[in-house]
Structure formats: C-alpha cells, structure tokens
Design a protein around this ligand. Sequence first.
Ligand code: C5P
Length: 222
Amino acid sequence: MTRPIVIAVDGTAASGKGTLARRLAAHFHFAHLDSGSLYRLTALRILRAHGDLRDEVAAVASARAVVPADAGRYDLRGREIAEGASVVAAIPGVRAELLAWQQHFARDPGAAGAVIDGRDIGTVVCPDATAKLFVDAAPELRARRRRLELEAAGEPASEAAILAEIGARDARDRNRAVAPLLRAPDAALLDTSDLDIDAAFAAALALVRPRIEEALAARQRG
Ligand code: C5P
C-alpha cells in the first residue's frame, strides 16, 4: 500500500488554520478534513437534546453517532457550539471514538493526499504526517479577526467577549489530559500575527511544498 500523503495543520482557536488548510487542499488537489467539525457535531447533538456536555456516557454516545458528512448540513460556527466542542473534546472516550475515522480519512482521502486541521493531528492522529504546521497568532488579533468574521455574517459580538472565549478554549485544549493542543516537535511554526490571509497562505505553502512535492515525486517513481 502506498504511504498516505498528509498535511497536518494544528493551531490555536481562530488562528486561521481552517482557511489555510482549505487553501492548501485546493492548491494540491488534496481532500480536506476540518476535524473540529467532528467535535462540534458531537456537541451539537447534546445541546439540541438539552443534555449535559460533561456527561461522559452521553458525550461518547454522541461522538459514536457522528456522521462526518453532516458537517455540511448544519451551521456549526456558533460560539456556543465552539465552547461545547472544547468541553466534549476533553473527554478521552469522545476522542477515542473520533480517532479511527480521522485516521481512515488520512489513509483513504479519495484524492492524492489529505489536509487535516485540528489540535492533535500532528501529534496523535497522524504523527507520521508528510508535513506539519502549527498556526498561531496573538490572541488580540485572533479576537479581532473573529469579530470581523462574525460581523460580516450578521452576528455582531464584543471583541472582549471573543477574546475571553478563545482564551478559555485554548486553555481547556492545552490543559486536557488526552491529546492536548501542542506543537509537535517536527511541526513548522507559522505565526500569522503580521500576515494577511494571502501572505499567510504563501508562507504556509513555502513551508510544506518541498516535502509534499518530494512525496508526490516518490509516489510517481513507485
Ligand atoms: O477547530 P475548531 O475551532 O472547530 O475546534 C473546536 C474545538 O474542537 C476545539 O476548541 C477543540 O477543543 C476541539 N478539537 C480537538 N481536536 C481536534 C479538533 C478540534 O480537540 N483535532
């Protein structure tokens, strides 16, 4: 079996990693998986049933019932869902339920390669990824970008409240016992604080391109 070609894009909340991952996937004609959507779907099901996000049995059952294709059917961007996702993501059984699907996607993405963004892709889901990025930016800038995004979507919000939310989410993600948010030792750090999205994409591409082109060439040679 040929070795999968995977770009792992991890990073902090609202760092722009999702946009970068999508653009990298389009550039290389790879398939893209937003792994956060799996945790968001897990939280959504519980919130809709007015359940308790901290109830391990309910959260694991919800993760087991996740249909990844549903990510396109629901609006998962809401702040309550983001917060809920980080609560269920700290439950080891939830992560175990979602791991196999993510690894299957990496092995069999239905394209020449996969780009997966999340928090633990380069550390746990695909430790052998072909290329790894860790995306970050100053919290104040992430909060400003998210406020502008929400405003454009017709959901005005206070920047201070967003800053507090992403701070709390990062802290929960960094401090959980299983698969915490951290930069893999072999991940290239991309700080987008001073970069607009085009400059950030150019920087991301420059970091991953040598490894991806080498892997694609090796595959062609057989
Ligand atoms: O990336 P996104 O903001 O959609 O992720 C929502 C939440 O899901 C994160 O705050 C994190 O708690 C969780 N998550 C995770 N591992 C991933 C992807 C997301 O724990 N690979």
